[in-house]
Write a protein that binds this ligand. Structure first.
Ligand code: NAD
Length: 257
């Protein structure tokens, strides 16, 4: 029960990693505000949460939406996690508009999440914890298209800089770098339509397992566990860094001997 008496914000909390993290935080005592554009998913989750999860329709590309979410929740813990695939164009073909859209969704959103959450934490005077979702695409080429990967690399350095700015207020800022996790983003990146998560443990799971030495598909709960650790007092001396949760993918393919 590491979050008893704590309020938390989870962006992108209506599905996947955000949903698993919201449920994890609630299971450890938090009251959670989800900000997401998926109204059905968000309201459904809130309705089954015994009033521990609240939903606020939030488009993280809109500064006013993020400010409203942060002000409403006045949170001790913030998980800046919302995202989608972004542009798939290589750098020599991408349009300026696609570039901006991808950076706005994946990088500016995180900057603004911190921008509007931190002053409330500072005013409360009790410190705080901010966790941002980056990606293994921030660490190596080939995991995702260019605009997405660059935005996620930006999230990592933003995490470092925000940690430096906010350390004087005892506000810790860290990131998680998920590998291939069988959520909607991963399955839609592979062009699979329909009930994407239902196929997650079939063909998709096998693709993910092949790339990840631990030889199974990553689960949203794997990331939730790392995010909850970074958000908790267990990580009280941890700031400005990231945890890679990728089944070993970034250490390279599994060797045969
Ligand atoms: P997901 O599609 O299940 O969840 C993403 C959530 O973000 C959805 O609920 C969606 O509605 C919401 N969202 C999208 N655009 C939004 C916007 N403009 N405003 C508010 N909410 C918005 O996918 P996921 O895998 O849980 O993704 C969560 C995060 O994890 C993303 O930042 C993604 O880039 C990152 N990530 C995922 C993987 C993976 O393999 N699944 C790997 C690395 C990083």
């Amino acid at each position: 029960m590491r979050f008893t008496g704590k309020r938390a914000v989870v962006t992108g909390g209506a599905s996947g990693i955000g949903k698993a993290t919201a449920l994890r935080l609630v299971s450890e005592g938090a009251e959670v505000w989800i900000g997401d554009i998926d109204e059905n998913g968000g309201r459904e989750l809130a309705a089954t949460s015994n009033e521990r999860i609240h939903f606020l329709r939030t488009d993280v590309t809109q500064a006013a939406d993020i400010e409203a979410l942060m002000t409403t929740a006045d949170a001790h813990v913030v998980f800046n996690n919302a995202g989608a695939g972004g542009s798939r164009s290589p750098i020599h073909e991408i349009s300026p508009e696609d570039w901006d859209r991808t950076q706005s969704l994946l990088l500016r959103s995180v900057a603004l999440g911190i921008r509007y959450a931190a002053p409330l934490m500072i005013a409360r005077g009790e410190g705080g914890a901010i966790v941002n979702t980056a990606s293994i695409a921030a660490l190596q080429a080939g995991a995702a298209p260019t605009a997405y990967s660059v935005a996620k690399a930006g999230v990592l350095h933003l995490t470092t800089m925000a940690a430096a700015d906010l350390s004087q207020f005892d506000i810790r800022v860290n990131a998680v770098c998920p590998g291939f996790i069988t959520t909607n983003i991963f399955t839609s990146a592979l062009g699979i339509a329909g009930d994407k998560c239902a196929v997650a443990n079939g063909a998709i799971g096998q693709i993910a397992a092949k790339a990840q030495p631990l030889q199974r598909a990553g689960r949203a709960e794997d990331i939730a566990a790392a995010a909850a650790y970074l958000a908790s007092d267990d990580a009280g001396f941890v700031t400005g860094t990231h945890i890679t949760v990728d089944g070993g993918m970034t250490i390279g393919p599994r060797h045969g001997w």
